[in-house]
Design a protein around this ligand. Structure first.
Ligand code: PLP
Length: 375
């Protein structure tokens, strides 16, 4: 059996989790949380990051920090997870769906400017498959219109665009440390604050709208209600698990990229025969080996492949079902033709199994089965 994902857990994760359980501090912002911050600074140069309970809540925090309201529009790709759009829909803001590039399946930056109106208050980008968007263009359009960018880098922890870490390129960067991501704490995430003017308010919003963090820093002796907010802090026990994963940062990334390269090499002939298209990484991006996706010629070929692999207990995954034509997108008034590339790709993209503990023999087995089913 080859699942599409399996978390990689060693004695190190168990050791740190037991250590956290033995401490007197089980709630958020304990010593492991701060060790995670130090590690992220060392690994990716993240100056100000706050752990959250999920990638979803990191995206929600960004929407609160930007004071988005029902009067506002937010530009977002439709080829993403529901959380990206829900984050600001919860504030009442309206999604304006942007189509994707045919190569990386990231937001098509050439369409961005035409979608901007005087109501546009944010651009949520998504680094699909851990591959950063074409940020130079997106940043220059955003700057011209003074619109903040929220990077949904849920899948892109450890990826780089022109040498800059994904998650450090917008006003906010949001990561996920869900079980399915490269580095996991079970459920968890983080918001990166790339504009220091948001730091104080972010700490309050994350702490149920209180200034509790200032008490912990010794700046005041009692805390009280200052703003809206919610319970966005994960337990230090989960931070302990993440800390172990980050100590294994290079090991996990190297292995995932090697598996990615294994797929890329072994699927080459099938691409040349026109049976599929392989994943595309632009020259200016360093990816983290999060996902290997293929593009099939049509929906029938994809469905046949998913079913054929399943018969052999190999689990490939459809990722994503476009948001604009999903039931919620339709309720918001969108039609399939709003984003034609997304609509087409939504029926033809397939994500292959990829996890750090996958063996080279597993990769070969998946590729051989793909060849047999499509050939
Ligand atoms: C692009 C994207 N954004 C947000 C999320 C949500 O992250 P989480 O599951 O940590 O809430 C995911 C999860 O898969 C994702 O792929």
């Amino acid at each position: 059996m080859i699942p599409f994902n399996r978390a990689t857990i060693t004695d190190l994760e168990k050791k740190y989790v037991l250590e956290a359980l033995s401490s007197s501090h089980l709630s958020g912002d304990g010593s492991f949380t701060f060790r995670v911050y130090e590690k992220c600074k060392e690994l990716l140069g993240l100056e100000k990051m706050l752990l959250t309970t999920s990638g979803t809540t990191a995206l929600e925090m960004a929407a609160i920090l930007l004071d988005l309201t029902p009067e506002d529009e937010v530009i977002v790709p439709s080829f993403t997870f529901s959380s990206t759009a829900n984050a600001f829909l919860l504030r009442g803001a309206r999604p304006v769906f942007c189509d994707i590039r045919p190569d990386t399946m990231n937001m098509d930056e050439t369409l961005l400017e035409d979608l901007i109106t005087d109501k546009t208050k944010a651009i949520y980008t998504v680094d699909y498959a851990g591959v950063p968007c074409e940020m130079d263009v997106i940043e220059s359009v955003a700057k011209k219109h003074s619109i903040p960018i929220v990077e949904d880098s849920a899948q892109a922890f450890g990826s780089f665009y022109k040498g800059r870490a994904a998650g450090t390129l917008g006003t906010f960067g949001c990561y996920s440390f869900h079980e399915t991501k490269n580095y996991s704490m079970g459920e968890g995430g983080a918001i990166v604050l790339n504009d220091e003017s948001y730091e104080d308010r972010a700490e309050i919003i994350r702490e149920k709208g209180t200034n509790r963090r200032q008490v912990l820093k010794g700046m005041t002796d009692k805390y009280t209600w200052h703003d809206v907010g919610s319970s966005f802090l994960p337990s230090d026990v989960l931070a302990a698990m993440l800390y172990a994963q980050l100590e294994r940062f290079e090991e996990i990334k190297t292995r995932r990229v090697a598996i990615w390269n294994g797929y890329h090499e072994q699927l080459k002939d099938m691409e040349q025969k026109g049976l599929l298209r392989r994943a595309v990484i632009p020259e200016n991006c360093e990816h983290n080996g999060h996902m290997y996706n293929i593009l099939l010629p049509d929906a029938e070929a994809r469905d046949r492949l998913v079913a054929g692999l399943k018969e052999k207990e190999i689990y490939a995954y459809i990722c994503y079902v476009p948001l604009h034509s999903a039931p919620m997108g339709a309720k918001l008034g969108y039609r399939p033709e709003t984003c034609p590339v997304t609509e087409d790709y939504g029926q033809r993209v397939l994500r292959l199994p990829l996890y750090a503990d996958m063996t080279d023999a597993d990769v070969t087995c998946v590729c051989e089965e793909i060849g047999r089913i499509l050939g």
